[in-house]
Design a binder for this molecule. Structure first.
Ligand SMILES: Nc1nc2c([nH]c(=O)n2[C@H]2C[C@H](O)[C@@H](COP(=O)(O)OP(=O)(O)OP(=O)(O)O)O2)c(=O)[nH]1
Length: 142
C-alpha cells in the first residue's frame, strides 16, 4: 500500500527558482548538472536556491547571472508554473518562470553543457523527477 505523504514537514521547504529561457525559435535552454552535485548529469532549467530573506525574482536574476552570465530584469520573469515534490528528507517547491528577454549570450559558468531544445525534446532528456510534470505544461505555454 502507498505510504501517504506526511501532513507536516520535519525539515522545512527547499525553495528553488528556475527559468525556462525561450528563444525566437520556440526553443528552451537546459543545462547539465556538473559532477559532484546531487543529481549530476541530469538536465535542468537554470536556477537555484532562494537564499534566506531573498525575493524569488531577485534570486533568479542572481542565479541566471552566476550560471549563464546573462542579465535579466525582474520585470521580464513571467511566472509559468511550479513543482512540489519530496526531495530526500526535505520538500522541494520549484517556481518556474518563462523568460523571453535578456542581455548577453548564455554561456555555461558551472554546468557541464547547455542545450537549446524544442519542448517536445524535453521528454527525451534525463531530468529531475520534479521537472517531469513541468515539461507538458511548458509545451502548451511556449
Ligand atoms: N535549478 C534547478 N534545480 C532543480 C531543478 N529540478 C530540481 O529538482 N532541482 C533541484 C536540484 C537541487 O536539489 C535544487 C537546486 O539546488 P542547487 O544546488 O542546484 O542550487 P544552487 O545553484 O543554489 O547550488 P549551490 O549554490 O547550493 O551549490 O533543486 C531544475 O529544473 N532546475
Amino acid at each position: 500500500m502507498l505510504k501517504p505523504p506526511p501532513a507536516r514537514l520535519e525539515n522545512g521547504l527547499l525553495l528553488v527558482v528556475a527559468a525556462a529561457l525561450i528563444d525566437g525559435d520556440r526553443r528552451v535552454l537546459v543545462q547539465q548538472r556538473p559532477p559532484g552535485k546531487p543529481m549530476a548529469g541530469l538536465w535542468e532549467f537554470p536556477g537555484g536556491k532562494v537564499d534566506p530573506g531573498e525575493l524569488p525574482e531577485a534570486a533568479l536574476c542572481r542565479e541566471l547571472h552566476e550560471e549563464l552570465g546573462i542579465a535579466v530584469e525582474a520585470a521580464c520573469l513571467a511566472p509559468a508554473t511550479f513543482a512540489s515534490e519530496a526531495l530526500g528528507e526535505r520538500h522541494l517547491v520549484l517556481l518556474l518562470y518563462a523568460v523571453r528577454e535578456w542581455s548577453g549570450v548564455p554561456r555555461a559558468q558551472h554546468a557541464t553543457a547547455l542545450r537549446w531544445v524544442r519542448p517536445i525534446e524535453l521528454h527525451g532528456l534525463d531530468m529531475p523527477p520534479a521537472d517531469q510534470p513541468l515539461i507538458a505544461l511548458l509545451d502548451a505555454l511556449i
